[in-house]
Every structure is written in C-alpha cells, then in structure tokens.
Design a protein around this ligand. Structure first.
Ligand code: NI
Length: 211
C-alpha cells in the first residue's frame, strides 16, 4: 500500500506544497475555536454519535471510544492515492509520539460500505498501523457517521469504468482530532506534516491528559 507510483509521489509533493499554507491557517482557526479565551470563533460542528462495524465484525459506537483521544479519517480501501498517503502520515505521527500514542486511537471510517466489508478493512488497516481500527457498516450507518463529521462523499464513474462496481469515491480528506470526551479538538488537512501532527497532538495530551 505504501509503494505508490512515481507520478503519484510527485503529484502528492505538489499537493502537499499547495496545501501547506491552507493547513496552517485552518489549524490556527481550529485552535482559536477550541481555545481557552472567550467564546468560540465559530460553532464546532465536527463529530457526534455513530454506530458502525469494526474490521473484526463487532458493533462499535462513539461511546466505546471515550477516554482516549481519537484521530478520525474517512476514506475507502480502493482509494488510489489520497487515503494511503493520509494514513501513512497518520501512522508516522503516531510513531513520532512514541509511548504517548497509547492515548490516541486512530480510526479509519469507510465512505464506501458497499465494497469495504469488515474483511476488506481488516487486510487494509494492518498495512498502516497496528492500532488502526477500520470501521464500516450499512449505507445508513456510514451516512450517519459522514454527516456527523460533515464529510463530503460522492460516487463517481470514470470514463474507463468497466461496470457498476468499478467506481471511485470523491471524499473529503481531513483528519479530525477528538478529545477523550468525544468533543472536537482540531483538524489536520490533507498534506499536514506528520511531525507537525505529532507535536499538535502532544500539546493536547499535555493540556488534557487522559485519566
Ligand atoms: Ni481516499
């Protein structure tokens, strides 16, 4: 999953550069919204209840994950480029956190439940990080989770599609950091440097150490 094409690599580099300034701006705003001083700059609208099925086939909901920080990413196992890159960055950030990573649960929520069975997710998430939990469910369950996180997803048939199951899914590529109480903390746009992500998470762990 990490072995991507050379073209893909340079395309990602270009995208990372293009989004770097956007990433910084977004994080500054998110911090302002969640900061200690005064009222939030804008309403925090990310996150909320969900009920899904994990990659081992067990029913899991948002309450099951309370008590630890969550890194939440949405995507699908057949995503050619964005998901593998984002999940690799997430894994690198967790590795950079060392022992502190035990307080952070990474989640990968499918936007493509029709093809992402628990079995498909099980063989996928292990490529990135041993702690990564894959979540899928019925179309209604996934729609509920995507709505809670304001995640855009759209099924697209490319011109060279070979049939009804040969489609891609356009989806938003933000990684959300949620607190031990389940509330939104901050977000990391696609292209965020893993060391930046690790430092931002470490700062939150200092502020609100999990009990
Ligand atoms: Ni993707």
């Amino acid at each position: 999953m990490r072995a991507l094409s050379t073209l893909g690599f340079f395309a990602r580099l270009a995208m990372a550069a293009a989004f770097a300034s956007v990433a910084t701006a977004a994080i500054v705003h998110a911090d302002a919204a969640g900061g200690e001083a005064g009222a939030p700059a804008f309403p925090v609208i990310f996150g909320g209840p969900f009920t899904l099925i994990d990659h081992e086939g067990r029913a899991r909901n948002d309450k099951n994950f309370l008590g630890r920080f969550l890194l939440v990413a949405f995507g699908f196992t057949r995503c050619p480029d964005v998901c593998p890159t984002g999940l690799t960055a997430m894994a690198d950030a967790l590795d950079a956190l060392g022992e502190q990573a035990q307080h952070v649960q990474p989640l990968f929520i499918s936007v493509d439940p029709a093809r992402d069975t628990p079995e498909a997710l099980a063989s996928y998430v292990g490529h990135f990080h041993s702690a990564l939990v894959g979540l899928t469910g019925t179309e209604a369950q996934v729609r509920g989770a995507a709505r809670a996180y304001r995640v855009h997803r759209r099924k697209l048939y490319l011109p060279d599609s070979t049939g009804p199951d040969d489609y891609t899914v356009d989806h938003s590529s933000i990684t959300y950091l949620m607190g031990p109480d389940g509330a939104f903390v901050t977000l990391f746009p696609y292209g965020t440097d893993p060391s930046f992500m690790a430092a931002a998470i470490a700062k939150q762990l200092e502020r609100a150490p999990p009990r």
